[in-house]
Design a protein around this ligand. Structure first.
Ligand SMILES: [Ca+2]
Length: 428
C-alpha cells in the first residue's frame, strides 16, 4: 500500500537521478539510471526523478473563465491552433524549467508521448506511450522498467496506444487498452502477468473493435467500474454525423462487458452506447455518489465537462457548448478551447473534478458540492509543466499527472514527465 503520511519511499532516491539526466545533451528517449531491464529497447528507461525544490510563481491560479469568450479560427484538434512546428525533434533541449513547489513532485521523466496512466493500489504506475505502444512500469520502490509493447498499434495523428485501465481489485495481470490499429480503434485486453520486462509484445485479445478512427478525434479513455463494466470514450473521427448516429461507435461513451458485449442496463440493451452526441471525449471518472463526469474537446469555442446520463444526447455536432436546446444536455462547465482543450479527468478525494488541459497547459479544478452542483473552475499549475494529458487519483487522494509535450508543444528537457501532486496544497 502507499504510505498515507509523508512521501513514498522512492521519492527520496530520485533527486540525483534527475540531476544526472539533466546533464545529458540529447534527447529523445527517456534517460537515466533507474532502470532497466529494457534490453530489447534501444532507449533507456524513463528516469525516476524528483525536482529540486525551486518554487516559481507557477501555480498561481488565474481568473476563472468568464462569459466573454474568444473564438479561435479553425477546427480544434488536440493542438491544431498551436504551433505544431515544435514537434519533437532530435535537437538538444532548451534549458529545463523546473517549476516545483512542495505541492508537486516529478516522479519520472523522459517518456515519449505518454497517454495512458494507471495507478495501482500498491503504488505501481503504468504509463503507456501513444506512438511506441510501449507500457512502462514505475514501481513504488523507484524501479522503472519497460513492461512490454501492445501489439498491433498503428499510431497516426492523435491515434495510437491511448487509454489504459485495470479492473479494481484484479490481481491477475489484466490490463485494458484503447488502441488505434490499421483498421480502427479498439479495446484490447492485455495480459501483463507474464511480462518479464523484456519489452516484447504482450499477449492481447480484442474486446471491442470497429470504433471509427481518424487522424483527429479518436477519443480513447477507458474507465472501469468494479470488475465488470468498461466505459469507453470515443471521438467522432472528424465526422460529426457519427456522433448522432446510434449505430456508430464514434462520438459516444460506450458501456460494455469484459467480453465487449453491451452491458446489462444499457439504454438500448442491444447497443454498447451509453451516451451520444459527443465530439471527442478523453476523460471520465465517477464521484462517490456514482455520478459519471466526462471532459470533451470543443471545436472552435467551447470545451466541456458533462455530467453523463444514460441515453443522454450531448448535442454534437448541432451544439458546441451550451445550446439550451431541449433535446440536448448542456455541459456543466465550459471553457474556451485556448484555456483548456481537456484530456484526462479525475474526481479527487475532495469530490472536486481535476481536468488535465493540453492547450490550456493547466490542471483545472472544478469544485463540486455534495449535490453535484459545480462551482467556478480554478486554474492550477498554469504553464508550469506545459501540456497536461492525464490525471488519476490514487488511494491516498493524491493526483498523478502525465505531461504531453513531446508530441506537440515545446518539449523541455525531462519531458515528458509523471507528476505527483497533493491537491490540498495546490492553488492560492
Ligand atoms: Ca456538448
Amino acid at each position: 500500500m502507499l504510505h498515507s503520511a509523508g512521501r513514498p519511499p522512492y521519492l527520496g532516491l530520485a533527486l540525483g537521478v534527475l540531476l544526472l539526466s539533466g546533464c545529458q545533451a540529447e534527447r529523445p528517449g527517456p534517460s537515466g539510471a533507474g532502470a532497466p531491464t529494457a534490453d530489447s529497447d534501444t532507449r533507456s528507461a524513463p528516469t525516476s526523478s524528483k525536482t529540486s525544490p525551486s518554487p516559481t510563481d507557477g501555480g498561481t491560479p488565474s481568473a476563472p473563465p468568464d462569459g466573454s469568450r474568444t473564438t479561435d479560427s479553425g477546427t480544434q484538434t488536440e493542438s491544431a491552433t498551436e504551433s505544431d512546428a515544435a514537434t519533437q525533434s532530435d535537437a538538444a533541449p532548451t534549458d529545463e524549467a523546473q517549476p516545483s513547489g512542495p505541492a508537486e513532485q516529478v516522479l519520472a521523466t523522459g517518456f515519449e508521448v505518454p497517454w495512458g496512466l494507471v495507478v495501482l493500489a500498491d503504488g505501481t504506475a503504468l504509463v503507456g506511450e501513444r506512438d511506441t505502444g510501449q507500457i512502462w512500469r514505475l514501481t513504488a520502490d523507484s524501479e522503472t522498467e519497460i513492461l512490454g509493447t501492445v501489439p498491433g498499434v498503428v499510431p497516426g495523428g492523435e491515434g495510437g496506444l491511448l487509454g489504459l485501465a485495470v479492473p479494481e481489485g484484479a490481481d491477475d495481470g489484466v490490463l485494458y487498452a484503447y488502441a488505434t490499429t490499421e483498421e480502427d480503434n479498439r479495446v484490447l485486453r492485455v495480459d501483463t502477468s507474464g511480462a518479464q520486462g523484456s519489452g516484447g509484445d504482450l499477449p492481447a485479445e480484442t474486446v471491442l473493435d470497429g470504433i471509427p478512427k481518424a487522424g483527429y478525434h479518436n477519443g480513447g479513455r477507458i474507465g472501469l467500474r468494479g470488475l465488470d463494466f468498461l466505459y469507453v470514450t470515443t471521438g467522432d473521427a472528424s465526422e460529426g454525423a457519427l456522433s448522432q448516429d446510434p449505430g456508430s461507435l464514434g462520438g459516444k461513451i460506450l458501456r460494455i462487458t469484459a467480453d465487449g458485449e453491451p452491458a446489462p442496463g444499457n439504454p438500448d440493451p442491444d447497443s454498447p452506447v451509453w451516451s451520444l452526441g459527443h465530439r471527442n471525449v478523453q476523460g471520465l471518472d465517477w464521484d462517490e455518489d456514482g455520478r459519471l463526469w466526462a471532459s470533451e474537446f470543443g471545436q472552435n469555442a467551447f470545451d466541456e465537462v458533462n455530467l453523463i446520463e444514460p441515453g443522454g444526447n450531448y448535442g454534437w455536432p448541432q451544439v458546441e457548448g451550451t445550446g439550451g436546446e431541449p433535446d440536448f444536455i448542456d455541459p456543466v462547465v465550459t471553457w474556451s478551447t485556448s484555456e483548456a482543450s481537456p484530456s484526462g479527468l479525475a474526481v479527487g478525494a475532495d469530490g472536486d473534478l481535476y481536468v488535465a488541459a493540453l492547450r490550456g497547459q493547466s490542471l483545472w479544478r472544478v469544485p463540486v458540492d455534495g449535490s453535484g452542483e459545480v462551482g467556478e473552475p480554478e486554474r492550477l499549475l498554469e504553464g508550469d509543466y506545459g501540456r497536461l494529458r492525464s490525471v488519476v487519483t490514487d488511494v491516498d487522494g493524491r493526483l498523478w499527472v502525465l505531461t504531453n509535450n513531446t508530441a506537440r508543444g515545446e518539449p523541455q528537457e525531462g519531458d515528458d514527465r509523471l507528476l505527483l501532486l497533493d491537491p490540498a496544497q495546490l492553488g492560492p
